[in-house]
Ligand binder design. Sequence first.
Ligand SMILES: *Cc1c(COP(=O)(O)O)cnc(C)c1O
Length: 499
Amino acid sequence: MNITGTQGLIFNEPLLFEQGSAGRGGCTFPDCDVPEKDVINLIPEDMLRDEVSGFPSLSEVDVVRHFTRLSQWNYAVDLGFYPLGSCTMKYNPKINEDVARLSGFSNIHPYQPEELSQGALQMMYELGEYLSEIGGMDRVSLQPAAGAHGELAGMMIIKAYHESKGENRHKVIIPDSAHGTNPASSTLCGYKVIELKSNGRGLLDPEAVEKAMDKDVAAFMITNPNTLGLFEENILEITEIVHRKGGLVYCDGANLNAIMGIARPGDMGVDVLHFNLHKTFSTPHGGGGPGAGPVGIKRELIPFMPVPVIEKNNVGQYKLNYKFPHSIGRVKAFYGNFGILVRAYTYIRTMGAEGLKKASETAVLNANYIMSQLKDYYHLPYDRRCMHESVFSDKIQSKYGITTLDIAKALIDYGFHPPTIYFPLIVKGAIMIEPTETESKDTMDRFIAAMKDIAVRAEKDPDSLKKSPLKPKVTRLNETKAAREPNLRWVNDYLLGVF
Ligand SMILES: *Cc1c(COP(=O)(O)O)cnc(C)c1O
């Protein structure tokens, strides 16, 4: 029997993927009001087809149900706890969405003249000012579309700066705990990456920085707190060393959620800093949608920033300034992902300075709570207070043949999104947990209970974990095959013949 009425939603039936029926449609066209012959004559003969067929024939309700159903098979921050370390999957307040949908923001056209775009320009100008204040920077460009893009823009600025001084520095120092985008951005700018080892406490030694620094080094790229969730205690000494040898300091600001309103990278000697609006500033992320990675810079780097620069003149009008002859140019069409900027602006305005500080304090408290509750069950390679996230490993469980991957997959059966796994690379079998400030103690306690249960099962009944997850629609995937032979698109037989 084919119970297609529920389409696998209530019953665990396979989805009947082809749901169309010849002749069924979702729209009605008005009568053609120009002679059809004339239109056809406009199309070159060899591009005309007698018949167009093979496309799905669906009504509107079929389409809505199909996509709604697929969305229900997915996990989201609006459905449950999402402790994906380094990604800061905090709740996205819905007021951000309301404001982004105001017609003045959502219907504006990027070619609209400046005098008719004053509200949008004001919002962007003020967002730049707020981010400068939060990061301790002198100016911010909102153009970059992601953290990695902010890094690229920042490294291009650093390169332009050194070149303007006639210096040909060709190396960038990056700690071994860094996110992979750091060496990628540097390499894309033509730099040679020098890896710097962290010490036994997961931190950078000033002596090691001193040794690695020479006149060929353009920049030191640092993440603070670093990807182990630890604050780089020697940051002031490190930035001093780098500056003394003529280098600049780039700070990967993806972990700003730990220090917002409390400490500012700009005050620590950082020259360039990117912000992940889709992490720290509560705009949605995941699934490859639009993000924003504004880049903040210190005064001496302003001439090199991307254009246009949004400025306010002395009568309070907002202007786009393209007159930056040393600019690295545009890094994104128009002004960046505008809708994301509106959401971040709304978040900052609704939270206020005190609210942002409280968010960071709570994020750090939550991370330490989870760390303290789990450290008797999972190996903690750096056993001390953490910032906004903590990093465990599978060292204890691996004795029973249970790996980080098994632990992550098992969590899915308890209804949680797994933490970040196998990152940072310097911790073997890393499990990186970042609860963020938006989770209640109840939620964290349920997560902690699940993690403890998994630790007990790893010892008593490891086989039961090897098959998990058993409950979701998609169980354990062959991840290598999924990566090597991705099948992302449905194509019916007819279309296969055409393309
Ligand atoms: C997320 C992240 C990045 C990259 O940001 P995207 O917006 O994903 O490009 C860089 N560094 C760290 C530490 C991150 O967590």
